[in-house]
Design a protein around this ligand. Structure first.
Ligand code: NAD
Length: 266
């Protein structure tokens, strides 16, 4: 199977680090022009754009806070100004602000829901408006547009001490499925990815030292995931190789969602 995204434009939110950074790299390597969104860390996003351009690709870094409607509107209009179209949205930005529920401030609840859920809604809405205007671009892709929502195994697995995060990802699951139900007839494909434990800045504390050994007990496949494990799936789901995959979530978790603590205990 050969995947080419040549002629397509992809916007990746939260791409200055971690999964988003790797996804932007992989989409560019597959031939897409990429918009690398960042919130505060401009330098890694600008550096990735420079590297992609030096390698012969097309890239642009754009700062925007995805939880703010005006920022999101500007992000998408600057994308169109630069590249003239949009074919792929990777709604990836996410954050954690952990605390037991009894200690969690409303600010921390709202901040996480604002980025992880409202941010994904705002970006998806902006992308859908563009896809609707554009329609299917013959010879470019079989779909009028593709959206991939970055969720988490915690859309399914409850997570004590992280109620804002787990609620946001449960919401992302319904956001993704409902949008897919609403717009698939317009040849727009929407899917989700639910990573397990992937080594990135968001979970640095949980993936090093003693904590890593504890975490590995929850992963039947026996290793922490790499960002490329997710980036490869992003490219597949963004391409026509997955053209009949609609409204589904791909779990990329080394088996974490198989409830491994039940093994041998049935
Ligand atoms: P990360 O911290 O490296 O990436 C998160 C990105 O979101 C950062 O680049 C950050 O700048 C960006 N971001 C945060 N607030 C933002 C805002 N207001 N506007 C725009 N961007 C903002 O961590 P990651 O692991 O790469 O996370 C990427 C996605 O994957 C997140 O949605 C996360 O919930 C999800 N995820 C990660 C794991 C994992 O194990 N790493 C597991 C499940 C799900």
């Amino acid at each position: 199977m050969h995947i080419s995204l040549t002629g397509q434009v992809a916007l990746i939110t939260g791409a200055s680090s971690g999964i988003g950074h790797a996804a932007a790299k992989a989409l560019a390597a597959a031939g897409a022009a990429v918009v690398i969104n960042y919130n505060r860390q401009s330098e890694p996003a600008e550096a990735l754009a420079r590297q992609i351009i030096a390698d012969g690709g097309q890239a642009l870094a754009i700062g925007a806070d995805v939880s703010k409607e005006a920022d999101v509107e500007r992000l998408f209009s600057e994308t169109l100004d630069a590249f003239g179209s949009l074919d792929i949205l990777i709604a990836n930005s996410g954050m954690q602000k952990d605390a037991p529920a009894v200690d969690m401030s409303l600010d921390d609840w709202n901040a996480v829901i604002g980025v992880n859920l409202t941010g994904q809604f705002l970006c998806a809405r902006a992308a859908l408006r563009i896809f609707n205007r554009q329609g299917v671009r013959e010879g470019v892709s079989r779909a009028a547009g593709k959206i991939i929502h970055m969720s988490s195994v915690h859309q399914r697995i409850p997570w004590a001490g992280h109620v804002n995060y787990a609620a946001s990802k449960g919401g992302v699951d319904q956001l993704m499925q409902t949008l897919a139900q609403e717009v698939s007839h317009q040849r727009i494909r929407i899917n989700g990815i639910a990573p397990g434990a992937i080594r990135t800045p968001i979970n640095a504390a949980a993936t090093t030292g003693d904590a890593e050994q504890e975490l590995l007990k929850l992963i039947p496949y026996g290793r922490i995931g790499d960002v490329e494990d997710v980036a490869n799936a992003v490219v597949f789901l963004a391409s026509d190789a997955s053209d009949y995959i609609v409204g589904t979530t791909l779990f990329i978790d080394g088996g974490m969602s198989l409830y491994p603590e039940f093994r041998g205990n049935g």
